[in-house]
Design a protein around this ligand. Sequence first.
Ligand code: HEM
Length: 487
Amino acid sequence: MVSYYHYVIVALAVISATLLAIFLFSRRRLYLLSYALPGPTTLIPLVGNLGSFFMHRKNVFQFFDRIVAKFPQTFRFWFGPKLIVVSSDPAVLDKISKSAAFEYVDVFDSNQKETDERWRMHKKLIRPLINVKFAIDNIATFQEHGRICTTLLEKHLNNKEFDVHQYLFPCFLDIYGEILCGKVIGCQNGRNRNLIWAMETVLKLRDIERAFRWLHLWSLYKMTDHYKQSNDAREMLSYFIQNVIRKSWQRRKLDVFGENKTGATPLVDRIAEFVENNRKAMRNEEFRDYLLKIYIEASSTSALIASYVCVCFGMYPECQVRAATEIRANLGEDLQNLKYENLYKLKYLEMCILEATRLVPKSCFTIRTFTESVDLGDDVTLPEDCPILIPNYWMNRSESYQKPDHFYPNNFLPENVKWRKSGNESHGSGTHECIGRLLSMVGLKIIISQIVSRYRIEADGKFHDLRIGNPSYPKPSLHGFSLCLRD
Ligand code: HEM
């Protein structure tokens, strides 16, 4: 006998089937795209290739290494219900860098689309503030902290190997703390060590957080230890940066300089001046978020690249000798009173820095999401909101580079750069290009020159022996930036 419950069950089944059909129909363009592109075999759309991602985060890089090698220039994979397209096709990349219609995916922001639009607008105002004069004004600050770092390294002289990043990260936090935030941080002298922890935590967990958001599992993530850690780190950083801004207002009222001994005006005061004159143009929380973003980018990337250059100098001594000779010829033996003109002449060192950024880009992937559908050619359309991953790390190993898996600074000789189709993307391109290109080059040249002119670096192996762990904060996962210092 057919009861009332049977009708209810049938009605529920029909409603569920209809909802599922509507859901699948609304995503039809994703399925068509998935069908048109090669990629790993998927089971069911909701699970996708998620099974392949159950691994320790130290192994994520190796996983991508395998799939990028296996598939052609443009391929897809399903991260749970999220379709992701990976592309290193120059025609696709051209569309990305030229199109204004994309959204920057950043897990720090709640309303990503609006935040991104406003950041791009404000970036036009902030970028000119970090100019050549700003770099020249701050040479003494780089020099002073580089001197402290070189002195601290003394205890490792003719001793066993150690991780140089543990010295360089505090060094750059101190430098950019003064230059950007107008605050003496003192990490190198053992103060504010929780700042190092907070920054590393945020950088380390960035990928995991993005993954949980994509899978709509944020509520689940909130129950994990990771969330607690990253929340503590964010609160700490937010408190720190608010304090920096408050002090800047006070300072400006009293008309005094930042804590920077050189008397150069820190970036925070320059932005504060703009905000004061255009009250409605930038919200207080935007000011806070931008300054934090710039401080994190500046110190973490500079420390990463400086550490890679040092380790590579140890692994490729012939490059170290050439750089040291150039440094001595242009900056003298004692590196006193450094001048911008002399730093500018360090062309070989500049090539070494660019080569390190080629081997290890700031982030192994760049992630972009268009806000409208884009024709990728060959009857393939990328629907809006479908993330596209640009595999920077792997693209930087194309045949247009000589010895692609080695540290080979000659890749950046002018005659070799000239014929390469894509320019130097070490600092990004398009609307999200780095705002610290020039400043970072000046800073890195000073710090590396100080270390190389005082010590001879030794490191085991060659570049490919370093195993990279986390693709969005690419440090060597096995022994860190291990090297020895000799007289
Ligand atoms: C060797 C040092 C550096 C390297 C290799 C580097 C590289 C990069 C790259 C590749 C991007 C683009 C990321 C993307 O396309 O999504 C970027 C963005 C950025 N960089 Fe740098 N950077 C360095 C130093 C600095 C410094 C010193 C500052 C600040 C003074 C800085 C501030 C920024 C900011 C704020 C962004 C975000 C731009 C945006 O989203 O519009 N960077 N950097």
